[in-house]
Design a protein around this ligand. Structure first.
Ligand SMILES: Nc1ncnc2c1ncn2[C@@H]1O[C@H](COP(=O)(O)OP(=O)(O)OP(=O)(O)O)[C@@H](O)[C@H]1O
Ligand SMILES: [Mg+2]
Length: 244
């Protein structure tokens, strides 16, 4: 019996003979922000890739009441499991609007009304994308690209949105803006699994968090509790930002 939207139990992920993630177990409740933090090479992106179906794994993976093991990437997208990888993978020579429309490609047989409403909802969340709807994606700033990547994922009507390092390479002010939008998504009922090296920012908005080190979950709990944990402060939170 579980009310979790996503749960991983004893998940092990290998690249050839090398184990990148070892027996990880984690739960992502509906309507909350769950974060995975940890240093370079800990296995954070690997974990998201396995959940999205891009990598094989052993152990148990359940999403929205279904076992995921035999489900393809497309099946998982259809179920509402949407992944925004670290490389934002935009169509750089297409406009902002076309990139967003492509996000709703799988709803193309629906009447246009609902898809237009989806687009309006994205523009309401990201007014900057509305202003730049005719601009080519390749000419957007880093922050705008991240907004577009999240906006396009929202066009897929996610139940769970998995974000890999949305703050990467962005100025603190833009990070703040993106993180505020992530909080708004939670308020709209979208669950978020947020992978971040920027542990401080992640713990500020997450409800619960997991700390991954060298492929193993070494700590987990309420984000607020972890943010004041002395060991975590020493390892991840004590450094001035320019030292990271
Ligand atoms: N395609 C691959 N083939 C072999 N090993 C890989 C591959 N991709 C990742 N790895 C290894 O798996 C481990 C985990 O990598 P992963 O990218 O998941 O880390 P991460 O926590 O996302 O790190 P970062 O914060 O730098 O993004 C690393 O040791 C990495 O070198
Ligand atoms: Mg990574």
């Amino acid at each position: 019996m579980t009310s979790h939207l996503l749960s991983l139990q004893d998940v092990t992920i290998k690249y050839g003979q090398i184990e990148a993630v070892h027996r990880a177990s984690l739960d992502v409740p509906a309507g909350a922000i769950t974060s995975i933090i940890g240093p370079n090479g800990a296995g954070k992106s690997t974990t998201l890739s396995a959940i999205s179906g891009l990598l094989r794994c052993t152990g148990h993976l359940r999403f929205d009441g279904q076992q995921l093991h035999h489900q393809t990437v497309e099946d998982r997208v259809d179920a509402g499991l949407i992944f925004v990888p670290e490389r934002r993978e935009l169509f750089t020579s297409m406009t902002v609007a076309d990139n967003l429309q492509l996000g709703s490609y799988r709803f193309r047989r629906e009447s246009s009304g609902r898809r237009t409403a989806d687009l309006e909802a994205v523009y309401a969340l990201f007014p900057r994308l509305r202003e730049r709807q005719a601009q080519l994606a390749g000419t957007l700033s880093g922050g705008e690209r991240q907004m577009l990547a999240i906006g396009r994922a929202l066009m897929c009507r996610p139940k769970l949105l998995m974000l890999d390092e949305p703050s990467l390479g962005l100025a603190p002010r833009i990070v703040k803006e993106i993180f505020q939008i992530i909080s708004q998504l939670r308020a709209k009922g979208v669950a978020v699994l947020l992978v971040e090296q920027n542990a401080r920012a992640a713990l500020e908005i997450a409800d619960t968090a997991y700390v991954l080190e060298r492929g193993t979950i070494v700590m987990n709990g309420a984000a607020r509790t972890l943010a004041s944990d002395p060991k975590l402060i020493d390892t991840y939170l004590g450094l001035p930002s320019e030292a990271r």
